[in-house]
Design a protein around this ligand. Sequence first.
Ligand code: DHB
Length: 331
Amino acid sequence: MTLDLSLSVGDMDTVQPLLTGDVEPEGIDLTPISEYPPKRHRRFFRHGEFDIAEVCVASYVSSMAEGEDFPYTAIPVFPNRKFRLAFFYKNADAGIEEPKDLEGKKVGTQSWQTTADVWVRGIAQEHYDLDLTEVEWYRRREDDVPVELPEKFDIQRVPGKQGGDAIYEPRDMQDMLFSGELDAAMDPSGSLFRAVCRNDEAEFMFADPQAEEIEFFEQTGMHPMMHTVAIRDEILEDDPWVAVSVYDAFSEALEQCIQRNVSPSSHTSLTWNHLHFKEQHELLGEDAWEYGLRPKTRKELRTFVGYAHDQGLIDREYDVEELFFETTRDL
Ligand SMILES: O=C(O)c1ccc(O)c(O)c1
């Protein structure tokens, strides 16, 4: 007998074979649903949709707070990794040379719990000496897993488009950054990236973000994970084999993705994709996208948990093992 389960993931190449049905987890008849990250995370964490979902690591660790009983557990699969220093922008006239100059300034972020922004804030603090408590933060969205944030952080809501009793809709971060109402902003969605590439009012925080990211990798060996995969506990309680079956399916999908990327074939309009992949492989190593709890991934998770703790998202620094379903800790 097979189980009928729903799965929501993004549309990244790492998970495409699960969306197309080219890869099917053993014993499971999957209904795959592709959904854009913030909406997918909200639907899973707030509304309990989907049996299995690719989710934001920060909201997942926040859901583990003592006394809370969120009904899902992750497996060590990380379909989306990015350095994110290229997703950090400044107003061109704000007089910001380096992240430390953001002390006393206004900085936009998505939700406090957006994993990409947790990484960027943590790296800015650890590697660029930015005191996060000295920044005036503006967030666009409430966190998907509500937590009480420490008062030492000055976090305000981005002003709404309309005043009065109108339903709150945050003002556009691009307008606020370009006009100088925000001195800097973080945006993992890519919409500020496109705007910054086309306009002079704002710039990348780092003059050469790719060089900055490569240096970060050379110093730390980390390729930050954005997402993990969570499964509803009621399924794992009845059928614990689902965890390894889903892990294996994500691993097979990743392998197929890598095989496509290395081939100079006709599946992409990126003319130099195979050469770009070769360059990435030489820079980041064979395990750039590894799944499972190997030493590199353990370091990334420990660092992330430390950042999440420093930033008030979790009340203690969880051990890496605690984060994942028991049978998937040693795969
Ligand atoms: O909050 C966002 O916009 C956003 C965008 C892309 C992501 O991968 C993500 O996790 C969040």
